[in-house]
Design a protein around this ligand. Structure first.
Ligand code: HEC
Length: 160
Protein backbone atom coordinates (compact mmCIF):
# COMPACT_ATOMS: atom_id res chain seq x y z
CA UNK A 1 0.00 0.00 0.00
CA UNK A 2 1.32 3.43 -0.87
CA UNK A 3 0.49 6.21 1.53
CA UNK A 4 0.69 9.77 0.31
CA UNK A 5 3.06 12.10 2.06
CA UNK A 6 0.09 14.08 3.36
CA UNK A 7 -1.73 11.07 4.72
CA UNK A 8 1.19 9.88 6.80
CA UNK A 9 0.95 12.37 9.69
CA UNK A 10 -2.77 11.70 9.81
CA UNK A 11 -2.18 7.96 9.99
CA UNK A 12 0.41 8.47 12.71
CA UNK A 13 -2.22 10.39 14.65
CA UNK A 14 -4.67 7.52 14.33
CA UNK A 15 -2.02 5.06 15.51
CA UNK A 16 -1.19 7.28 18.50
CA UNK A 17 -4.87 7.62 19.39
CA UNK A 18 -5.18 3.86 19.14
CA UNK A 19 -2.24 3.35 21.48
CA UNK A 20 -3.73 5.90 23.87
CA UNK A 21 -6.98 3.94 23.91
CA UNK A 22 -5.11 0.70 24.54
CA UNK A 23 -3.21 2.28 27.42
CA UNK A 24 -6.46 3.48 28.96
CA UNK A 25 -7.97 0.02 28.46
CA UNK A 26 -4.93 -1.53 30.19
CA UNK A 27 -5.13 0.98 33.03
CA UNK A 28 -8.75 0.01 33.59
CA UNK A 29 -7.93 -3.67 33.48
CA UNK A 30 -10.03 -4.30 30.37
CA UNK A 31 -7.24 -5.86 28.38
CA UNK A 32 -5.62 -7.82 31.18
CA UNK A 33 -3.86 -7.47 34.50
CA UNK A 34 -2.06 -4.25 35.30
CA UNK A 35 -0.76 -4.86 38.81
CA UNK A 36 0.41 -1.34 39.55
CA UNK A 37 -2.28 0.78 37.95
CA UNK A 38 -2.95 2.47 41.29
CA UNK A 39 -0.09 4.90 40.86
CA UNK A 40 3.46 5.45 41.90
CA UNK A 41 3.32 3.86 45.35
CA UNK A 42 6.76 3.38 46.86
CA UNK A 43 7.90 -0.24 46.48
CA UNK A 44 10.20 0.21 49.47
CA UNK A 45 7.59 1.82 51.78
CA UNK A 46 7.06 0.19 55.18
CA UNK A 47 4.74 -2.82 55.33
CA UNK A 48 1.79 -0.95 56.91
CA UNK A 49 1.78 1.57 54.08
CA UNK A 50 2.15 -1.13 51.44
CA UNK A 51 -0.64 -3.23 52.97
CA UNK A 52 -2.94 -0.19 53.07
CA UNK A 53 -2.31 0.33 49.36
CA UNK A 54 -2.29 -3.36 48.48
CA UNK A 55 -4.51 -4.64 45.69
CA UNK A 56 -5.73 -8.19 46.30
CA UNK A 57 -6.99 -8.36 42.71
CA UNK A 58 -3.51 -7.67 41.41
CA UNK A 59 -2.26 -10.21 43.97
CA UNK A 60 -4.56 -12.83 42.43
CA UNK A 61 -2.82 -12.31 39.08
CA UNK A 62 0.62 -12.32 40.70
CA UNK A 63 -0.26 -15.60 42.40
CA UNK A 64 0.11 -17.26 38.98
CA UNK A 65 3.84 -17.49 39.80
CA UNK A 66 3.12 -19.27 43.08
CA UNK A 67 0.45 -21.50 41.50
CA UNK A 68 3.18 -23.51 39.79
CA UNK A 69 3.76 -25.06 43.24
CA UNK A 70 0.76 -24.06 45.39
CA UNK A 71 -2.99 -24.49 45.25
CA UNK A 72 -4.89 -21.97 47.37
CA UNK A 73 -8.54 -23.05 47.28
CA UNK A 74 -10.27 -24.63 50.26
CA UNK A 75 -9.58 -28.37 50.16
CA UNK A 76 -6.93 -27.93 47.46
CA UNK A 77 -4.19 -30.54 47.19
CA UNK A 78 -0.56 -30.10 48.17
CA UNK A 79 1.62 -29.84 45.08
CA UNK A 80 5.37 -29.29 45.24
CA UNK A 81 4.47 -26.77 47.96
CA UNK A 82 1.62 -27.04 50.51
CA UNK A 83 -1.89 -25.77 49.78
CA UNK A 84 -2.08 -22.17 51.06
CA UNK A 85 -5.74 -21.84 52.08
CA UNK A 86 -5.91 -19.88 55.33
CA UNK A 87 -2.14 -19.45 55.60
CA UNK A 88 -2.23 -15.81 56.79
CA UNK A 89 -2.25 -15.89 60.59
CA UNK A 90 -1.73 -19.68 60.71
CA UNK A 91 1.22 -21.45 62.38
CA UNK A 92 4.33 -21.76 60.21
CA UNK A 93 4.83 -25.25 58.72
CA UNK A 94 1.96 -26.84 60.65
CA UNK A 95 -1.25 -26.19 58.78
CA UNK A 96 -0.90 -29.15 56.39
CA UNK A 97 0.04 -32.10 58.64
CA UNK A 98 0.48 -34.49 55.74
CA UNK A 99 2.83 -32.17 53.87
CA UNK A 100 6.50 -32.91 54.30
CA UNK A 101 7.79 -29.52 55.51
CA UNK A 102 11.55 -29.08 55.71
CA UNK A 103 13.09 -29.02 59.16
CA UNK A 104 14.39 -25.55 58.21
CA UNK A 105 10.84 -24.22 57.97
CA UNK A 106 9.62 -26.22 60.99
CA UNK A 107 12.33 -24.63 63.10
CA UNK A 108 10.92 -21.14 62.40
CA UNK A 109 7.84 -21.59 64.63
CA UNK A 110 5.26 -18.90 65.37
CA UNK A 111 2.61 -17.56 63.03
CA UNK A 112 2.54 -16.39 59.43
CA UNK A 113 1.95 -12.69 60.16
CA UNK A 114 1.94 -10.34 57.17
CA UNK A 115 5.39 -9.13 58.33
CA UNK A 116 6.80 -12.65 58.28
CA UNK A 117 5.21 -13.42 54.93
CA UNK A 118 6.76 -10.20 53.63
CA UNK A 119 10.21 -11.34 54.79
CA UNK A 120 9.67 -14.88 53.47
CA UNK A 121 8.62 -13.64 50.03
CA UNK A 122 11.57 -11.24 49.89
CA UNK A 123 13.92 -14.18 50.20
CA UNK A 124 12.78 -17.63 51.37
CA UNK A 125 16.42 -18.72 51.63
CA UNK A 126 17.31 -15.81 53.93
CA UNK A 127 14.16 -16.19 56.05
CA UNK A 128 14.58 -19.96 56.56
CA UNK A 129 18.03 -21.07 55.43
CA UNK A 130 17.76 -24.60 54.06
CA UNK A 131 14.09 -24.29 53.04
CA UNK A 132 12.78 -26.43 50.19
CA UNK A 133 10.93 -23.54 48.58
CA UNK A 134 12.85 -23.00 45.33
CA UNK A 135 11.71 -19.43 44.81
CA UNK A 136 14.21 -16.59 44.65
CA UNK A 137 11.86 -13.97 46.12
CA UNK A 138 10.36 -10.70 44.91
CA UNK A 139 12.29 -7.46 45.29
CA UNK A 140 9.23 -5.26 44.70
CA UNK A 141 7.45 -4.70 48.01
CA UNK A 142 4.19 -3.84 46.24
CA UNK A 143 4.09 -7.29 44.63
CA UNK A 144 4.62 -8.90 48.04
CA UNK A 145 1.90 -6.79 49.66
CA UNK A 146 -0.53 -7.52 46.83
CA UNK A 147 -0.05 -11.28 47.07
CA UNK A 148 -0.31 -11.19 50.90
CA UNK A 149 -3.59 -9.22 50.57
CA UNK A 150 -4.82 -11.89 48.16
CA UNK A 151 -3.78 -14.73 50.49
CA UNK A 152 -5.53 -12.98 53.40
CA UNK A 153 -8.80 -13.31 51.47
CA UNK A 154 -8.34 -17.06 51.02
CA UNK A 155 -9.90 -18.31 54.23
CA UNK A 156 -8.55 -18.79 57.72
CA UNK A 157 -8.11 -16.31 60.54
CA UNK A 158 -7.90 -12.68 59.55
CA UNK A 159 -4.42 -11.17 59.64
CA UNK A 160 -3.36 -9.76 63.02
C1 HEC B 1 8.92 -23.78 42.63
C2 HEC B 1 7.95 -24.07 43.67
C3 HEC B 1 7.43 -22.93 44.55
C4 HEC B 1 7.06 -21.66 44.17
C5 HEC B 1 7.13 -21.01 42.79
C6 HEC B 1 6.56 -21.02 45.36
N1 HEC B 1 6.61 -21.88 46.42
FE1 HEC B 1 5.94 -21.52 48.31
N2 HEC B 1 6.63 -23.33 48.93
C7 HEC B 1 7.23 -24.26 48.12
C8 HEC B 1 7.72 -25.36 48.92
C9 HEC B 1 8.45 -26.59 48.42
C10 HEC B 1 7.38 -25.03 50.27
C11 HEC B 1 7.74 -25.82 51.53
C12 HEC B 1 9.05 -25.24 52.04
C13 HEC B 1 9.70 -26.01 53.17
O1 HEC B 1 9.12 -26.95 53.72
O2 HEC B 1 10.85 -25.62 53.48
C14 HEC B 1 6.69 -23.75 50.23
C15 HEC B 1 6.16 -23.11 51.35
C16 HEC B 1 5.44 -21.94 51.32
C17 HEC B 1 4.78 -21.34 52.46
C18 HEC B 1 4.72 -21.89 53.88
C19 HEC B 1 3.37 -22.61 54.06
C20 HEC B 1 3.09 -23.17 55.45
O3 HEC B 1 2.16 -23.96 55.54
O4 HEC B 1 3.81 -22.84 56.41
C21 HEC B 1 4.20 -20.18 52.01
C22 HEC B 1 3.40 -19.18 52.83
C23 HEC B 1 4.49 -20.07 50.60
N3 HEC B 1 5.25 -21.15 50.22
C24 HEC B 1 4.07 -19.03 49.80
C25 HEC B 1 4.43 -18.88 48.45
C26 HEC B 1 4.02 -17.77 47.64
C27 HEC B 1 3.10 -16.65 48.09
C28 HEC B 1 4.62 -17.94 46.41
C29 HEC B 1 4.57 -17.01 45.21
C30 HEC B 1 5.04 -15.67 45.43
C31 HEC B 1 5.36 -19.19 46.46
N4 HEC B 1 5.22 -19.73 47.71
C32 HEC B 1 6.07 -19.72 45.40
C33 HEC B 1 7.36 -24.20 46.74
C34 HEC B 1 7.14 -23.05 45.97
Amino acid sequence: MTVSRFARPWLAGVVLLGLGGLTIALMHGVAGPAPHRRGPADPTADLDTRMREADAGAGAHLFATCAACHSVGRGGVDLDGPNLYGVVGAPVAERRPRYNYSSALRRVGGLWTPARLDAWLTSPAAFAPGTNMPFEGWADGRDRADVIAFLAQQGGPSPP
